[in-house]
Ligand binder design. Sequence first.
Ligand SMILES: O=C[C@H](O)COP(=O)(O)O
Length: 540
Amino acid sequence: MSFQDQLRSLFVDESQIPDEFRIEEVHQREYLSNGEMKPWDGDVTEVYSPVCLPTPDGLRRKLIGTYPVCTEKEAMEALDAAIAAYDNGRGEWPTMSLDQRIKCMEKFVYKMIEQRTLVVKLLMWEIGKSYADSAKEFDRTVEYINATIDGLKDIDRQSSRFEMAEGIIAQIRRSPIGVVLCMGPFNYPLNETFTTLIPALIMGNTLLFKPPKHGTLLHYPLLRAFQEAFPKGVVNTIYGRGADVTPGLMQTGKINVLAFIGSSKVANGLKKSHPKINRLRAVLSLDAKNAAIVTKHADLKLAVSECILGSLSFNGQRCTAIKMIFVHKEVADDFLRLLSESVSNLKIGLPWEKDVKITPLPEPHKPDYLKECIEDASANGARVVNENGGVTAESFVFPAVVYPVNDKMKLYREEQFGPVIPVVPYESIEEPIQYQIDSPHGMQVSIFSNDAKEISSLIDPFVNLVSRVNINAQCQRGPDVFPFTGRKDSAEGTLSVHDALRSFSIRSLVATKLNDANKQIINEIVHDNDSNFLSTKFIL
Ligand SMILES: O=C[C@H](O)COP(=O)(O)O
């Protein structure tokens, strides 16, 4: 196919979209607050897909629906509802037995699965993720919820045990914290939002949940599932411009936990709005500029295939994406040749196409920003190595390999979050180590080498600078049972099936002095099988 034909194939008429991928506009005129689906007749935000269709006025992003632009008033009402449902830890939800909470969560999953077709389609249309990856995101989320339920059962077993030391017998529990504000990112609007929302919920906290700007509508079909599965006021949604509604919520000082996945700039702003920062727990997953290091002893074919996955899955829009590749000068030519060949073979197309790898970008400013980064690199002596790399066509950006990148360029310093791969030649391993030391981020690194001694000498310098070192493998979050965090500006707190349950709870004790006077009381506790996080049969 000629390049012109390839470009034309990216913009099809509505009638050419296969039936199973078409979507009716979704107009959301309600939101969930205090157990009710409240009607909304105020301002709405129009949601445009990154998929552009031809119109009489030229190519236009397709309108797929609208959602409410609520104000601070509705946000505050939602906060009041969450506070009332928590009721200082005495509410129905925080005091419910774990078994019952699990039943509510199972009911939610059941209802969520009923909405799979629509949610997956909305995911694809809203953020331009391929249909295959959108379906994977949905299924991974369901698996995550089921694994979280199993994780809770483990905690339940542990909290039914009693520890004895220095004449004290104690039951160690995991108790909820209070009201959690949950905000997820556009790149995994369902999965990453739920990696905080679900554990926060199941641990007995009550929630305010603000969907991401790109990736809001897909949550609409799930609101009734939340409403039907959980008691009133436990899950409350917030809509509207973040800058209008979230600082006010934080300023009340009544948010106990901020669960935020997105940019460190926004996270810091939110944290600073809280009047008592020491009373706020933050669970954050933020910026990252993960490097891959390809040494002269690497299997270059393997390094290339992993670097492509790492750099270009979902167009490089992942916090765990490889956003910089250091390659040893001796193998740089071979590596670049293989890398640019593989990049040229990637299928660029519409999200529903089979085997598509590069799809349109949801953030309207992104193509211009990436172009600017490439121009800046060119002005400083680098070039795009692969044919058509960096070409933009409406919301599409053809993946680009840029070489040789150096520290004067934006691509060296900024998190591009898009399909552009900066490659830096190095001579001494001290260069990528120094890059990581100087970086404001510290999430992951990938090291490619077939020399076991070399690999083992590189693990220690990196493992104390980032939170995960990948050996001959791309950077990634999963499997979801593994801890997921970062250093410096990349994260606060740790996620994963089990870590998240800990992040959204505190360890508390019921400690009883072992003496004759307490014999009866101790018998009562030890034989109490109804292990419940908050309520005890008595208070000493
Ligand atoms: O955007 C950050 C995500 O946590 C990346 O997750 P992933 O590595 O599974 O794609």
